[in-house]
Design a binder for this molecule. Structure first.
Ligand code: J2J
Length: 569
């Protein structure tokens, strides 16, 4: 059906259906069913809106009609970049119902990432917000509309701005429309349901080689993902889920997140800001019971109970995942926040491991859980590809009813990222603890995990190399007390003066531009790279440490960076 989507082999699909994992239900139906069962109860709350399940359901139908009128069709890809607010949830379901695929960008992404996603997915529309954290998203959207060949429409939540005209744009071959004009006053359109075994949405991969890849998640597999995590967390209609991480992330979206809460008839509160002075009173007011955090936030919240006065007694479960949770935080969190901890080792590609309510405290504090589905298959292999003996660390390979069989439109990458028999190579190093749970020991993939946000070194390096003062660059993750890892750029400066010999000569006598973190940050910002990828530490070198096979030794660089940071203090 969709080009570039790798389906599961027929026999595996049949097995997943027979086991009841895949129910043949399009995601749009989850909301229809919740509206039928829980209609008048609160489903979504953000600072500006409060919607019941029925209101959400109706709003999704109306918006779907507006998008169809705009020209969005089944199978189309629509780039979505919205913060944690109700429109995100309404839009996703409008697209699910049309059978169009949301491509979920993060609020922090900028022109460089958005352009890549737009081009890779050949998105026909881009839905974003007018302004967020001082960034004019509508302006970025207008630039993309002019320069991305596939893009025909920009939809802006808030004020589209620009020409000052809501309905038009001066590019001539695309238009900018306000979200509210699409959503309001329409009758639901009669839409044929999408094929539940086909892709429903495209999630972003962390990316280790080059630019981020897109992960197709089907209606069947994502519904199963959400329902299974809801069951593991014991979610019921009495729960109130708080989405505090950007909801475009798989974790707060579907693990169990917004979608899992929906399957249980539980409300989701969307928080625009995770900082304790803002979010603790929200927890008190909304009587939040469950939320998902990354380790730096878990540590911050654990300490913040000392200085932010709020009643957190409604909280029963805090999930923490995305990066290794320090044992110290794992032990302190339950007492400080007055709730249970669940460690989650998950990935947008699929596999979810979680600790369980019946795991002993010690196991919850020291392991990253075990697979949530009996259909999950795990192999832990050595560098030779053979399974390692029990308890020994190796790379985690996995296959199952909600783990991808291929990235979207990436056949060459897929040949490396998956084994011939369909196991996804996670790039994570794990071992099985005596309890049977997994412990994440590290990774083999070249990726920086900055407090749960994944960064591809190669992507940042490519931008750095565009700087006239930089001849070579290597970007590495350095251990960081707060973030787990921070981004460090090692630079080999370009020779300052090389007049003659075919060079233009204009810059030959000029002082090379400064290579401080601030100056480089500004350079990268101008190139449209997300702020969270900017190097916080910059080191210059005159030569590279090399590995035995002559590649830049990134481990050695990380050690040098840590060392230099220590002595600089
Ligand atoms: C160590 N590393 C971890 C953990 C993820 C739930 C939770 C997290 C994600 C996520 C997710 C880790 N300890 N507890 O999608 O639904 C690292 C691993 C993994 C990569 C996946 C979810 N939990 N990681 O983080 O797609 O390296 O998903 O392969 O962003 O994060 O990143 P991502």
């Amino acid at each position: 059906m969709t080009d570039g989507f790798v389906p599961w082999p027929a026999e595996d699909a049949a097995r997943y259906r027979a086991a009841g994992y895949w129910r043949g239900e399009p995601l749009g139906r989850l909301l229809r069913d919740a509206a039928a069962a829980h209609g008048g109860r609160t489903a979504l709350a953000d600072p500006a809106a409060r919607l019941t399940f029925t209101e959400w359901d109706t709003a999704a139908d109306r918006l779907a009609a507006g998008l169809v009128e705009l020209g969005v069709r089944s199978g189309d890809r629509v780039l979505v970049q919205l913060p944690n607010r109700a429109e995100f949830a309404v839009l996703c379901f409008a697209l699910f119902r049309i059978g169009a695929l949301p491509v979920l960008a993060l609020p922090g992404h900028r022109e460089s990432e958005l352009r890549h996603l737009c081009d890779l997915a050949t998105a026909v529309a881009f839905v974003t917000v007018d302004e967020l954290d001082g960034h004019d998203h509508a302006a970025t959207a207008r630039t993309l509309l002019k320069t991305c060949p596939s893009l025909r429409h920009v939809v802006v939540v808030g004020e589209p701005g620009g020409s000052g005209d809501d309905s038009g744009d001066d590019s001539g071959d695309g238009d900018t429309v306000p979200y509210r004009a699409l959503a309001e006053g329409r009758e639901p359109a009669d839409l044929p349901g999408p094929d539940p075994s086909g892709p429903a949405l495209l999630l972003l991969s962390g990316g280790s080689t080059g630019l981020p890849k897109l992960i197709p998640r089907t209606h069947d597999d994502y519904a199963y993902n959400a329902r299974t995590m809801a069951a593991v967390c014991g979610l019921t209609a009495a729960d109130v889920h708080l989405a505090v991480l950007p909801v475009a992330h798989n974790f707060p979206l579907a693990c169990p997140g917004l979608l899992g809460a929906l399957t249980a008839g539980a409300a989701t509160v969307l928080a625009p800001n995770p900082s304790p002075p803002e979010v603790f009173p929200l927890i008190e007011r909304e009587r939040v019971t469950v939320t998902a955090l990354v380790p730096p936030l878990a540590a911050l919240w654990t300490r913040a109970v000392e200085w932010v006065d709020a009643d957190l007694s409604s909280l029963r479960l805090v999930q923490v995942g995305g990066a290794r949770l320090p044992e110290e935080t794992a032990r302190a969190l339950p007492g400080a926040l007055g709730c249970r901890l669940q460690q989650v080792f998950g990935m947008a590609e699929g596999l979810l491991c979680a600790t369980r309510p019946d795991d002993p405290e010690e196991v919850v504090a020291t392991t990253q859980g075990r697979p949530v589905s009996p259909g999950d298959e795990i192999r832990i292999v050595g560098s030779d590809g053979a399974e390692v003996p029990p308890g020994v660390t190796g790379e985690l390979l996995t296959r199952g009813p909600y783990t991808l069989r291929g990235y979207y439109r990436a056949p060459e990458h897929n040949a490396r990222a998956l084994t011939p028999d369909g196991f996804y190579r996670s790039g994570d190093l794990v071992r099985r603890a005596p309890s049977g749970n997994l412990i994440v020991e590290g990774r083999v993939k070249e990726q920086i995990n900055r407090g749960g946000e994944k960064i591809s070194p190669e992507e940042v390096e490519r931008h750095l190399l565009a700087h006239p003062g930089i001849a070579q660059a290597a970007v590495v993750g350095v251990p960081d007390e707060v973030l787990g890892e921070r981004v460090c750029a090692f630079l080999l400066p370009a020779p300052a003066s090389q007049g003659g010999e075919g060079t233009e000569g204009t810059e030959s006598t000029a002082t090379p531009p400064p290579l401080s973190p601030a100056a480089l940050g500004e350079f990268l910002r101008e190139r449209g790279l997300a702020d969270f990828k900017r190097p916080e530490q910059v080191e210059t070198v005159t030569s590279w440490p090399l590995t035995g096979v002559g590649k830049i030794d990134r481990r050695a660089l990380a050690a040098i960076a840590a060392d230099r940071a220590r002595t600089a203090r």
